[in-house]
Design a binder for this molecule. Sequence first.
Ligand SMILES: Cc1cc2nc3c(=O)[nH]c(=O)nc-3n(C[C@H](O)[C@H](O)[C@H](O)COP(=O)(O)O)c2cc1C
Length: 370
Amino acid sequence: MYKLFFRLVFKRMDPERAHEAAFRWIRLAARVPVLRTYVAAALAPRHEELRTEALGLRMHGPFGLAAGFDKNAVAIDGMAMLGFDHIEIGTVTGEPQPGNPRKRLFRLVADRALINRMGFNNEGSAAVAARLAARNPVFRTTVGVNIGKTKVVPEAEAAADYVKSTERLAAHADYLVVNVSSPNTPGLRNLQATESLRPLLTAVREAADRTVTARRVPLLVKIAPDLADEDVDAVADLAVELGLDGIIATNTTIAREGLGLTSGPELVGETGGLSGAPLKARSLEVLSRLYARVGDRITLVGVGGVENAEDAWQRILAGATLVQGYSAFIYEGPFYARAIHKGLAARLAASPYATLAEAVGAETRKKAAQ
Ligand SMILES: Cc1cc2nc3c(=O)[nH]c(=O)nc-3n(C[C@H](O)[C@H](O)[C@H](O)COP(=O)(O)O)c2cc1C
């Protein structure tokens, strides 16, 4: 049904307009108590065996919504209603900003991919913090808050901008993510270099601890798939050294490998970050590399081209405790998260592992032992 609807309606609309329309419907549905209860009962993860403990948090299942879909924290209950068990809001920047001029989101349908150069369009950390503070949650869900640099802030002052967002948002975050990997803010990805990343993560950690004293807010960093392997290792080592809680691998790519010819050269040539199916192989590779380096010392979150339950299962076997998706949701529709949780439960039952936690990293450990 959704695929037919996508072909007849969404595919003919401008991608960002289609996103806004779908988003409005989700928010509306979540405001109608009977409807949201009915939809959530049908779509929420309810498999006992998928219960996940990660980052010191208890979750119903390992699969969640990646950052960028709900940038301003306006649809947390709506997305939870659709079966995403954790919702990562943002990227939120220190100051509000409009992002890049439209058109800035492109669908490569034949490649099951997207290219975006949104440029962190968001209402800024003060407005988003106020919204989170006023929120009256309907569903018990994990809320991650992903923060990034305001475009006009010079690279040298980046840490202060992240610290400002941290001070405003940490109290409302089940976990906090330092995003240094979007290709759409000039210079942002330079912050992944350890000499920049060390002081940045240290400052954000201190700001979170200063602001929230009743608990330790888990802190993660989100990295790009375009890092060289040695740089992936360097971030992994730094994360261990700084006592970081997790690494999210990966953001979108500036590479254009893996694209079929079907989407047309004019789309493939658009500037921005590529996500979806063509990102699958590299994201998985980065994740396995991270797990081989850090093992169980740090929680890994696998994202990038996760289209179905098999992809999610492969991420878990590679080392991910949590898995996220964005682009495939556009193509698969409202049953996307449910299909993944259901398929994961089936795969776990058919596997030699008694629990999901046992399966985490099993494939990478096996390869290392060979
Ligand atoms: C339109 C769009 C906007 C995004 N915005 C953000 C963002 O603001 N912050 C962020 O960390 N990642 C952002 N991402 C990246 C996703 O969170 C995810 O890492 C990436 O798309 C790979 O996952 P996927 O292949 O399942 O889409 C965005 C992705 C898309 C497609």
